[in-house]
Write a protein that binds this ligand. Sequence first.
Ligand code: GLY
Ligand code: MN
Length: 457
Amino acid sequence: MFDKDTYVQRRALLKKRVGSGVLLFLGNDECGLNYADNTFRYRQDSSFLYYFGLSFAGLSAIIDIDEDKEIIFGDELSIDHIVWMGTQPTLKEKSGQVGVAHTLPSTALASFLQKAAQKGQTVHYLPPYRAEHQLKLMEWLGIAPAQQTGSVPFIRAIVDQRNHKSAEEIVEIEKACNITADMHLAAMKMVRPGMREWEVAAAIQAVALAAGGDLSFATIATVNGQTLHNHYHGNLVKSGDLFLIDAGAETAMGYAGDMSSTVPADKTFTTRQREIYHLQNAMHLASVDALRPGVPFVDVYDLSARVMVEGLKELGLMKGNAADAVREGAHALFYPHGLGHMMGLDVHDMENLGELWVGYNGEPKSTLFGRKSLRLARPLEAGFVLTIEPGIYFIPELIDLWKGQRKFADFINYDKVESYRDFGGIRNEEDYLITETGARRLGKKIPLTADEVEALR
Ligand code: GLY
Ligand code: MN
């Protein structure tokens, strides 16, 4: 936990920015995996963590801006809980650690909210992503789950605050990035033909746990890197395969790292793998070079896509004008996702509050295939922490679909693409802080160029 002044100051700024009403924070409860007492790893809600710092199940909080009062709601532990699960500080002690003077039992929250509504106060709440929170909001505020879209002024104030990382947050994120780099180094070294993917996934998690953290998201460690979020780990690694790793650490305080790397199953890349790998590197390096405050991230994405199209033209896979191909969306056959996303207490920071606010500042999003998957498009500002993760993929089902439709036939040489259909996918990913003048990579460097990767193997 940070010093209590951090949380006091964060809440003071939030109160000032929202201006009036009651702010409701629903902390996360335990969540059963296959029965109630066999729970998933506990994870506090990130906005609760950001403003109240406490990583314990069963807490909620309000900030009554009109009355200038903060209250944490929760219950003391029963002796049964202490016997089975261990003890915890009292509710007063926990609240004191984050500078909150008032506490009430959890049962008092419903009547508190009812009274606030009767007094004509606006109750601001965040869009829920857990069913138990949907039920609470339905019961307490009388809003059906489908209508629980959250309070826009509350969402926007949080997004503006959490998007700008403080110096102490950068230290914590950099710790996560260093553990993440170690996870990748361990994995990149060990991949060999004859292994199962799960051996690599296990080694990745071991590094995170041994560093006092855990995973910031489900590990991708796969010979099928063309499936963007592939969480299956049961394949046998074969000679000639590419192996894509996308994994990150979360520190004990909840901050995330997120990196990707791609290695050949053999000690070296084949010529064809090296060509595509080199092109992915060119996309990556051009993107990093373009990072600075004021630059719309969508422009950096477009640049990365144009670099790819130019390279694919040289390899005979694409044709025509690169800028036209990117504007019309033809590149998305090979690059159907965005260039990166905000990162902080969530690996996709604040995705639960809505991409529209986090990554677009309220500006409309494209609906075009590929471009619609940009999580981040807005102009960059100093203090933003984001990922850079361009990729090149050969997705057989997508190739078949577009080829059948003759889609973008002016830009895509389908006959040549056909000969790459079993290629797989390549992605590399690093994490960057936007500074006043440019950008700084966070965490230790992991091998990026083909030569660096082969030297590690
Ligand atoms: N690391 C997974 C993703 O960014 O979607
Ligand atoms: Mn990522």
